[in-house]
Design a protein around this ligand. Structure first.
Ligand code: UDX
Length: 440
C-alpha cells in the first residue's frame, strides 16, 4: 500500500519506518525542513534502539521517503496517518491545532478515496472534527470524494517501540465503514501472528481505549507510590509488599514499581487530558485527579529525602545524579522526574554533577538549559568525584551492578539515594552505605 505519515515525531517516524519494513511504500511528511533534510541524510532526531538501522535500510531501498511536500504525498496515498503532536493546552486539554491543520491539507490535496487515520492521541470526538475539516476543504474545491476517518491509537513504549510495533499485543481500530476496517486489517495483518490481536470497534471507543489504557497504567504507578509512602511511615518495606501482592495473578507484577513518579510524553498528558474531557462532559474524575496529584508530589520525594538529610540550605554541597531521561533506553526528558529533583536542589544552592548515557544533550539544550549549577560528565564514576551523595533517578542498565568500592572511594561520604530501589538494603548496609530508598 501507499502510505503517508504526517509528522515525523516519535510515533510517526517509528510507524512509518515499520510500515516500510513490511514492504509498504511510505512517505514521511513534516513541515520542519531541517528535520527532513537530516532524515534524508540518515540523521535520526531521536534515540530509539533499532530505529536508525531500519530507517537507513528502507531509505536506501526506496521504500521510505521523506518530504515537506504534503501535496505530492497526499495525491498518491491510500492511507494517510496523522501523527503530529497534541501538546497539553493551558487548561490540561489536548491542543488539536496541528491535527486539524493536517486534516485541512488532506482535504485540500486528496485526489481519490483515502483512509485518514488518527494516530496521534486525541480526545474522544476528534475523528468527527477531522472529518469535518476535510469535508470543508472538499466542499471549497467543489469536488465529491469519498473518504473515511479511522482511529488507531498507539501503544508504543519508548525504548521498545520497534519491537512493540513489529509484534503488537493488540491493534485497536475504530472505524465506521467496512471498507476502512478492511484496509486497516490488511495493513496490520503482516504484523500479527494471531488475528485476534486486531480489535475493531466504533471510533469513540477506540479513541477512549488509548486514554483508558494509559490512565490505568498511571493509576497502578501512583497507587504503588502511595503504598510506598505509607510503608515508609509505618515501618514496612514496599519492595516486599510489591512481591507479596504481585504474585496474585489478578494484580500482576508489571507496573507496580514505586519510584520518583512517572514522566514521559504520554502518562502525564493523557491523564490530565482525560480528566479534562470528563469534566467537560459534567463528570468529576476523582481517581484521575488523585493519580495526577500523587504523581506531582512523588517527583519531589527524592529531593525531600535529600533535604531532610542535609537540611534546607544546600550551598556548598554537590550531588551526583545518575540518570536524566524519564526512563531508560531513551533520550526523552519530557516530564522527567530528574528535572523536578535537580531544580529543587539547585534552587537551595546545591551543585549537581549529572550523568546520563543518552539524555545529556536534551538536558543541556532544553530541559535544564540555563541552570548554571548543573555540570554534565561523560561517565557515571566521574559524576561522583567530590560529590556529597549519589542520587539515582533513572534505572539505566549500566547502574544495575556498579563498582561499589569505586562509588565509596569517589564520594565524600558513602551516601546513596536510590529513586528506583535497585539494591538490597541489607547488602548496602554491609557495604557501609547510608542508603535511602522509596517506601522503605
Ligand atoms: C507509555 C505506555 O506504556 C505506552 O503503552 C503508551 O503508548 C505511551 O505511554 P512510555 O511513556 O514510553 O509508554 O513509558 P513506560 O515504560 O510506560 O513508563 C512511563 C513512566 O512510568 C516512566 O517514567 C517509568 O519510570 C514509570 N514507571 C513505569 C514507574 O514508575 N513504575 C512502573 O512500575 C512502571
Amino acid at each position: 500500500m501507499k502510505i503517508s505519515v504526517i509528522g515525523t515525531g516519535y510515533v510517526g517516524l517509528v510507524s512509518g519506518t515499520c510500515f516500510a519494513q513490511m514492504g509498504n511504500s511510505v512517505t514521511c511528511v513534516d513541515i520542519d525542513e531541517g528535520k527532513i533534510a537530516k532524515l534524508r541524510q540518515g540523521i535520526i532526531p531521536i534515540y530509539e534502539p533499532g530505529l536508525e538501522t531500519m530507517v537507513l535500510e528502507n531509505h536506501e531501498k526506496g521504500t521510505l521517503a521523506f518530504t515537506t511536500d504534503i501535496q505530492e504525498a497526499i495525491a498518491s496515498t491510500d492511507v494517510a496517518f496523522i501523527a503530529v503532536g497534541t501538546p497539553m493546552g493551558e487548561d490540561g486539554s489536548a491542543d488539536l491545532q496541528y491535527v486539524l491543520a493536517v486534516a485541512k491539507s488532506i482535504g485540500e490535496h486528496m485526489q481519490h478515496y483515502m483512509v485518514v487515520v488518527d494516530k496521534s492521541t486525541v480526545p474522544v470526538g476528534t475523528a468527527d472534527k477531522v472529518k469535518a475539516a476535510i469535508q470543508t476543504e472538499l466542499d471549497k474545491r467543489g469536488v465529491d470524494l469519498e473518504f473515511d476517518v479511522v482511529s488507531n491509537p498507539e501503544f508504543l513504549k519508548e525504548g521498545a517501540a520497534i519491537e512493540d510495533f513489529m509484534h503488537p499485543d493488540r491493534v485497536v481500530i475504530g472505524a465506521e465503514s467496512e471498507t476502512a476496517m478492511q484496509v486497516m486489517h490488511d495493513l496490520y495483518a503482516p504484523f500479527m501472528k494471531k488475528s485476534d490481536r486486531f480489535i475493531g470497534m466504533d471510533i469513540k471507543s477506540a479513541e477512549m481505549t488509548k486514554y483508558a489504557a494509559n490512565a490505568m497504567l498511571a493509576t497502578k504507578i501512583s497507587f504503588m507510590n502511595e503504598m510506598a509512602n505509607i510503608c515508609e511511615r509505618v515501618g514496612a518495606d514496599v519492595n516486599k509488599v510489591r512481591h507479596g501482592i504481585g504474585s496474585d495473578g489478578r494484580i500482576g507484577y508489571s507496573f507496580i514499581y514505586p519510584g520518583c513518579g512517572y514522566g514521559g510524553s504520554c502518562f502525564p498528558k493523557d491523564v490530565q487530558a482525560l480528566a479534562k474531557t470528563a469534566k467537560d462532559f459534567g463528570y468529576t474524575p476523582r481517581i484521575l485527579d488523585a493519580v495526577e496529584a500523587v504523581n506531582y508530589d512523588q517527583k519531589m520525594v527524592m529531593a525531600d529525602k535529600v533535604i531532610k538529610r542535609f537540611g534546607e540550605e544546600l550551598s556548598g554541597l554537590t550531588f551526583a545524579v545518575w540518570g536524566l531521561a524519564f526512563k531508560p533506553e531513551t533520550d526523552d526528558m519530557r516530564e522527567a522526574s530528574s528535572i523536578t529533583i535537580i531544580n529543587a536542589l539547585t534552587t537551595r544552592g546545591a551543585k549537581i554533577k549529572a550523568y546520563d548515557p543518552k539524555a545529556r544533550h536534551e538536558a543541556e539544550s532544553y530541559y535544564l538549559k540555563g541552570n548554571e549549577r548543573v555540570e554534565y560528565v561523560d561517565s557515571k564514576y566521574d559524576a561522583l568525584t567530590g560529590a556529597d551523595a549519589l542520587i539515582l533517578v533513572t534505572e539505566w542498565q549500566e547502574f544495575r551492578s556498579p563498582d561499589f568500592d569505586e562509588i565509596d572511594k569517589r564520594l565524600n561520604s558513602p551516601i546513596f539515594f536510590d529513586g528506583r530501589n535497585q539494591f538490597d538494603k541489607e547488602r548496602m548496609a554491609r557495604l557501609g552505605f547510608e542508603y535511602f530508598q522509596i517506601g522503605v
